[in-house]
Design a protein around this ligand. Structure first.
Ligand SMILES: Cc1cc2nc3c(=O)[nH]c(=O)nc-3n(C[C@H](O)[C@H](O)[C@H](O)COP(=O)(O)OP(=O)(O)OC[C@H]3O[C@@H](n4cnc5c(N)ncnc54)[C@H](O)[C@@H]3O)c2cc1C
Ligand code: FES
Length: 263
């Protein structure tokens, strides 16, 4: 993990409102694995926002790192105002990456969970040792699929689900997941990131069909480095920290809902 100062090379609004794509150039060769994230310092004239904000690495090419983000609050609104050539400070790469396990692979992305999974899909699509993944992208509506072309460039099967039916399958991405798992002749590995209800449902589907699953959790984080202990995740082995023990966890380790309150 390094403290880096990079230069913004691109920070533009993507097709849909409030979605941005940022490319940061760092002065040296930057190494990271899919699933890892950056803690970006938000420059402000006041001490608010004080804390860095976590963003998944969506792409990496030598010394250029790409992140996708959505304006949620003050930090991301300030981030969207950065101009090309502005300096930006971040900690990274942080966290544990997705483990690469042999076998058929399905990647399931809910909303902007697609960011880190794009990096994974790209890596797997060019890895001659690995089976090519099938990707399922789930969003509320077509406008949220602003990253679709990035996945389509990878020459792997892509399936989309929108809740309003404006693009692809009408319904939840987890319904498509059940279909695609059933179509596979061998048991495999599911990689997913997105809203917790989607992950909880995907975990049940993976278990039903005997697939292993690894999920990246987007928990609120303060330090991102294991110091504040503010990103606790309830697991079968007790509480873990999403920033250093995760953010990627084996699905069967994660406790959801009432089970999480019992430890
Ligand atoms: C490992 C990790 C990877 C992430 N990757 C991305 C990414 O690639 N792109 C992206 O847009 N966002 C990502 N997030 C979420 C992102 O960090 C938050 O959206 C961001 O910190 C919000 O900052 P803000 O100052 O704009 O909003 P705040 O003012 O801090 O919050 C605004 C609203 O967003 C909610 N919020 C804040 N942080 C989170 C969070 N971590 N998860 C869910 N809701 C949150 C708050 O509850 C509040 O309702 C990631 C989070 C984690 C932990
Ligand atoms: S965010 Fe501080 S310990 Fe994880």
């Amino acid at each position: 993990m390094m403290l880096e100062t990079g230069t913004v090379r691109e920070n533009r609004k993507a097709a849909a409102p409030c979605y941005y794509r940022m490319v940061i150039e760092v002065p040296r060769h930057f190494q990271a694995r899919p699933g890892q994230f950056l803690q970006i310092q938000i420059e402000s004239k006041t001490t608010d926002p004080l804390l860095r904000r976590p963003f998944s690495i969506a792409g990496l090419s030598q010394n250029r790192v790409t992140v996708f983000y959505q304006i949620k609050g003050k930090g991301t609104a300030l981030l969207s105002r950065l101009q090309t050539s502005d300096q930006i400070s971040f900690l990274g790469p942080l966290g544990k990456p997705y483990p690469i396990v042999p076998g058929p692979k399905i990647i399931l992305a809910g909303g902007l969970g697609a960011a880190g999974l794009l990096f994974l899909a790209k890596d797997l699509s060019v890895d001659s040792q690995s089976e090519k993944p099938v990707v399922i992208l789930g969003c509320k509506t077509k406008e949220d699929l602003f990253f679709l072309h990035d996945f389509q460039d990878l020459d792997i099967p892509i399936y989309c689900a929108t809740e309003d039916g404006s693009f692809g399958f009408k319904g939840l991405a987890t319904s498509l997941l059940s279909q695609k798992i059933k179509e596979q002749s061998k048991k495999g590995i599911l990689y997913a990131c997105g809203p917790n209800p989607m992950l909880a449902a995907a975990g049940k589907i993976a278990k039903k069909y005997g697939w292993s699953a690894y999920f990246s959790l987007e928990i609120m984080m303060a330090c991102g480095t294991g110091l504040c202990r503010g990103c606790a995740v309830a697991t079968r082995s007790g509480y873990c920290l999403a920033c250093v023990d995760g953010p990627v966890f084996p699905s069967e380790e994660i406790l959801w809902g009432k089970n999480a309150q019992r430890i």
